[in-house]
Design a protein. Structure first.
Length: 321
């Protein structure tokens, strides 16, 4: 059923060959060149940082579980930024850009799948910290290589399945002309704002995806850190408590960044959609937070710092040789 006001627009589109127009930052024409170079530099630094951490983890022969998950997280961040940022840079370079329905759906699916995989990985990392702090004597037995591989695979497949279901639900809707997406990529709220339906089927699908990709992992992270807090309350040594806390602070900082932005964007009704606010927050979680992850881990994680130092020493020896 068509919504009120849709008859005043051109018509309703449901064909697979239709095109959307990504408006991007068309309202900031006077800042386009400056924004392009800022985003390009941030993107290149983000790629370099995540690639460096991923390569450091891959080249390390003995990888503890936290290091293994960190390598997976860096790989997800690399793909995540490559799905979104190049199209955003293109919109800054040429202005509004068309994208086919299939291209838009593909971008949305991979964005959701990679973001969901990151949520699940953060939950797996929280469980790893729980075992390390609360059951240190059983850590090696509980967090074996086989379990880590199964957790990583479950994170990827689970996020892929949920993202596929939500993407299908969104693109089964009829869309009102003109098909202008006031965003720099095909984000779910931006595309849903073009839908010509009164029903709540797509919003229910979005709510279900938020429960599976955001709420459940967040509750697991919260439960893990509550258990860690209870365990640390019984530690009388300030040194021991500080050491245990330092192993968790990097992961906790990244979890708060990721879930703070995602909650603002997705856990709210369609009626409160604000393109300007969403673009600003999206800029943060697609450009700033992926840049901060390598910085946080390289500064806080002793193992990463040690591996990076070894890589630099090998490079210096190779140059001298």
């Amino acid at each position: 059923m068509l919504c009120e006001g849709c008859m005043e627009r051109d018509n309703v589109s449901t064909g697979a060959t239709m095109e959307f127009i990504l408006l991007g930052f068309s309202e900031l024409l006077h800042l386009r060149v400056l924004l392009f170079f800022i985003f390009l530099i941030v993107h290149l630094v983000t790629l370099a940082g995540n690639t460096m951490i991923f390569m450091a983890v891959v080249m390390e022969p003995s990888r503890p579980p936290m290091l293994f998950f960190l390598g997976q997280l860096s790989a997800v961040e690399l793909c995540y930024t490559l799905v979104i940022v190049p199209k955003a840079l293109l919109s800054l370079a040429v202005g509004s850009s068309p994208i086919s329905m299939m291209g838009c759906a593909t971008q949305m699916h991979f964005f959701l799948a990679l973001g969901g995989a990151e949520c699940f990985l953060l939950a797996a990392m929280a469980y790893d910290r729980y075992v390390a702090v609360c059951q240190p004597l059983r850590y090696a037995a509980l967090m074996g290589e086989g379990l880590c591989l199964r957790l990583a695979l479950a994170c990827a497949l689970g996020a892929f399945a949920v993202a596929l279901g939500l993407t299908v639900a969104v693109f089964r809707l009829p869309f009102c002309q003109p098909l202008r997406i006031d965003h720099f990529f095909c984000d779910v709220p931006a595309v849903l704002s073009l839908a010509c339906t009164r029903g709540y089927a797509a919003e229910l699908a979005l709510l279900a995806a938020c429960v599976l990709l955001l709420l459940l992992p967040f509750l697991l992270i919260l439960a893990s850190y509550l258990c860690i807090a209870v365990a640390l309350s019984g530690v009388t040594s300030p040194v021991g408590r500080g050491k245990a806390f330092s192993t968790c602070i990097s992961h906790l900082a990244i979890a708060l960044l990721h879930y703070g932005c995602a909650t603002f964007i997705y856990i709210r009704p369609k009626s409160s959609y604000s393109p300007a606010q969403d673009k600003v927050v999206s800029l943060v979680y697609t450009n700033v937070t992926p840049l901060m992850y390598p910085l946080i881990y390289s500064l806080r994680n002793k193992e990463i710092r040690g591996i990076l130092r070894k890589m630099l020493r090998r490079k210096k020896i190779g140059e001298l040789g």
